[in-house]
Write a protein that binds this ligand. Structure first.
Ligand code: PLP
Length: 474
């Protein structure tokens, strides 16, 4: 059964495509026959809202009208409307009918298939794009364009712009306790691209295996193997990476400040053990400090790199503190690795925009990055608190693991099935990740990895309601 629904000036008109012609067939509800009609109507409407075809504020036809148009029982449409109101996609107000709520409708990014119109606000990994400090960044860019010498637009130092390396050296020393000289800072278009250069470099140096945390971020594993080395998975427990299991590798990639995705901090004992392992095995530690700026319950734990700058490669990124669209990340290299890394870069000739680099240098030097981070910390701390509260209220069977930090929370499941919840969410066009999505071997824990940073501020309550709707289903 098909029916078209089209927005009109004052509301929505519906018509059965077979019976009536419409000049604006914007919305084709394809619900088919059969008993699951309410679910089909609900699904068709949800997809249209998420996909942006039904804009926020659009008034829907009455349940009676739509039922008549679709040739189904009115109760079918009422059930669908009620479910979508409960999930926050629709708003029902006495006297003004049912309207489309304000839901983020931009195309989904990342791992979810955009063609399927998935709601991706609960995925981990990205800051709220609407909080990007456009104005302040614009001030920095204008200043750069007005005051920089023409040399800014030439091919420059392979390590990146000197002004940015100097600014980052100061910033990382004071905010992350990194022991750093600007000459050993190298700028990249993202941490993944830095890791790719490291993997190639290690492979050229005869290192054929790189240990990674299991669970960890899957795309980074592909980046390593594409560079040559094989992956050695190392389990993570409540103290972080299990250093005793590292024997088989000479390089390890890890997230000591906030393990991704489990959220634990590498314990002091393990940090010392990890440094000892590197010293005893002529090994290297790649410290992925992807969200070290965001700790909410105490001052952030400093970077491990300070314990041994000869053995630890420090990596940072602007992808969480500002936005992935900025496309900037950095490594602080041990002296022995600087030349080998620059050799790899000579072969690749990757370019990172010097204009954006200069803007970030100015952003740091003028204190704007610190100001932005202070406000973002407050913002995300509130969101995390709301998420934890929601989980306590709606899903006391979930246990939030790890520390209060970063842009995601991992909620452990004790007596329920992770995959079943993810599938239930997918059936409602909501993308959710679990620990299994991040694991190499059979996972030892089950849980959901919930991002709380992707939504714009006004859409976050909606994202929480969507999550509550899914968790309340059995
Ligand atoms: C754990 C972790 N490391 C590294 C990165 C990559 O950062 P970039 O965007 O700089 O490549 C991410 C991005 O999501 C991440 O979650």
């Amino acid at each position: 059964m098909r029916g078209t629904v089209r927005p009109s000036g004052l509301g929505l008109q519906t018509s059965s495509s077979s019976k009536r012609q419409t000049t604006l067939p914007d919305l084709l509800l394809d619900i088919g026959p059969g008993p699951a009609r309410a679910a089909a109507v609900e699904q068709a409407l949800r997809r249209s809202i998420i996909g942006g075809r039904l804009a926020s504020g659009t008034r829907l036809p009455s349940s009676r009208e739509l039922a008549r148009d679709l040739g189904c029982a009115r109760a079918t449409v009422v059930t669908a409307y009620e479910q979508l109101v409960a999930e926050g996609y629709l708003v029902a107000a006495a006297g003004s009918g049912t309207t489309v709520a304000s839901v983020r409708t931009s195309p989904p990014a990342g791992e979810a298939d955009s063609s399927k119109g998935f709601f991706t606000d609960l995925l981990p990994g990205e800051p709220d794009p609407s909080s990007f400090p456009r104005q302040a960044w614009g001030v920095a860019l204008r200043k750069v364009l007005h005051t920089s010498p023409d040399g800014l637009f030439r091919y420059g130092d392979r390590r990146g712009l000197a002004e940015l390396r100097v600014a980052l050296a100061g910033y990382l020393a004071r905010s992350r306790s990194v022991v750093v000289d600007p000459s050993r800072v190298v700028i990249f278009g993202g941490f993944a691209s830095a890791l790719s250069v490291l993997a190639t470099t290690f492979h050229r140096l005869g290192i054929d295996r790189v240990a990674v945390e299991d669970p960890g971020l899957p795309p980074l594993r592909k980046v390593i193997t594409a560079g040559g080395p094989a992956i050695v998975p190392i389990r993570v427990d409540e103290h972080g990476l299990r250093v005793d299991d590292l024997a088989a590798a000479r390089v390890v990639l890890c997230t000591p400040a906030h393990q991704y995705p489990m959220g634990v901090v590498l314990s002091a004992t393990r940090r010392v053990a990890l440094i000892d392992w590197a010293r005893d095995n002529d090994g290297w530690i790649i410290e992925d400090d992807y969200d070290g700026e965001f700790r909410y319950d105490r001052r952030p734990v400093g970077a491990m790199q300070g314990l041994d700058p000869e053995r630890v490669i420090y990596g940072g990124t602007a992808s969480k503190s500002l936005a992935p669209g900025v496309g900037l990340a950095w490594l602080v290299l041990p002296p022995r690795l600087l030349e080998p890394v620059l050799d790899t870069l000579r072969q690749r000739r990757d370019t990172v925009s010097s204009i954006e680099q200069a803007a970030l240098a100015d952003f740091i030097a003028t204190g704007r990055l610190d100001r932005h981070l202070r406000s973002q910390r407050q913002h995300y701390r509130r969101r995390r608190d709301s998420l934890v509260q929601l989980l306590e209220n709606h899903a006391p069977w979930l246990e939030v693991a790890g520390v209060s930090a970063g842009l995601h929370a991992t909620a452990l499941l004790h007596d329920r099935d992770e995959q079943a919840i993810i599938e239930r969410a997918a059936a409602r066009s909501v993308a959710l990740f679990g620990i299994a999505n991040h694991s190499i071997g059979a996972p030892t824990r089950q849980g959901l990895v919930i991002g709380y940073s992707r939504s714009a501020a006004h859409a976050f309550p909606q994202a929480l309601e969507t999550l509550a709707g899914i968790l309340n289903l059995r």
